[in-house]
Design a protein around this ligand. Structure first.
Ligand SMILES: Cc1cc2nc3c(=O)[nH]c(=O)nc-3n(C[C@H](O)[C@H](O)[C@H](O)COP(=O)(O)O)c2cc1C
Length: 209
């Protein structure tokens, strides 16, 4: 059951540099990211899959020297749109129409969406786009766990530095999350033996019957 795998997973602190994740497993995790739902189906982010060791070393430096970035074999970087634009939203609409055929209702919907998004400031729109990337992060975490691939969700990095290293600004993107993938080095990870801590259900959940 997936819930058992969710208890198995943890934010891995020490990955084994001698155990790379297979391309097949990485592809399944990437597919989960592709399949994650987003607000109005816009998918306002891009994913960078970094394998190159030199680039990963630079990312590690920009992530307060967190070792998972070089000990893991693949580093996923989620980069959200810096803003919504007419062009970007039209491209989503055109894709929908190309796949499903002409649809006046859909055109109206996107006209309304543009009238809502485009007057807003870039920061508000970027934050909205970033929230969509977080949903995809959740899907990636769950599928990685299902495959018994270890991962560490991270927002502890210098996002501007990540942008520079990966050339994101020129693409109208801003790094929001990173997820190194690898395998736990069980004898060297201080977190592994520790109890998993979660809020008790009665604090988390209010049932309204
Ligand atoms: C959005 C997000 C950002 C995080 N950033 C970091 C990080 O930069 N470095 C790190 O070691 N762990 C990071 N974590 C891991 C959390 O500390 C961890 O998920 C939380 O304490 C729960 O523990 P568990 O994932 O081991 O169950 C992050 C988690 C999330 C969801």
């Amino acid at each position: 059951m997936l819930n058992e795998k969710l208890s198995w997973r943890y934010a891995t602190k020490k990955m084994d540099p001698s155990r790379p994740v297979s391309e097949d497993k990485v592809a399944q995790i990437v597919e989960a990211i592709q399949m994650a739902p987003t607000s109005s189906g816009v998918q306002p982010f891009e994913l960078f899959v970094v394998k190159n060791p030199e680039i990963r070393a630079q990312l590690r430096e920009a992530a307060y020297d967190q070792s998972q970035l070089t000990d893991g074999s693949h580093v996923l970087v989620f980069a959200a749109w810096d803003n919504y634009s007419e062009e970007r939203l039209d491209a989503v609409l055109d894709h929908n129409i190309a796949e499903r055929g002409e649809n006046a209702g859909l055109r109206d919907y996107y006209t309304k969406l543009k009238s809502m998004y485009l007057p807003r400031d870039a920061g508000t729109n970027h934050d909205h786009a970033a929230r969509q990337a977080y949903i995809a992060l959740g899907f990636a975490l769950a599928v990685a766990a299902e495959l018994e691939v270890d991962s560490t969700p991270m927002e502890g990095f210098d996002a501007d530095r990540f942008d520079e290293i990966l050339g994101l600004k020129e693409k109208g993107l801003h790094a929001v999350l990173t997820l190194p993938l690898g395998y736990r080095q069980a004898d060297a990870d201080w977190l592994l033996p520790m109890k998993k801590i979660r809020k008790p259900l009665d604090e988390l959940v209010t049932e309204i019957a």
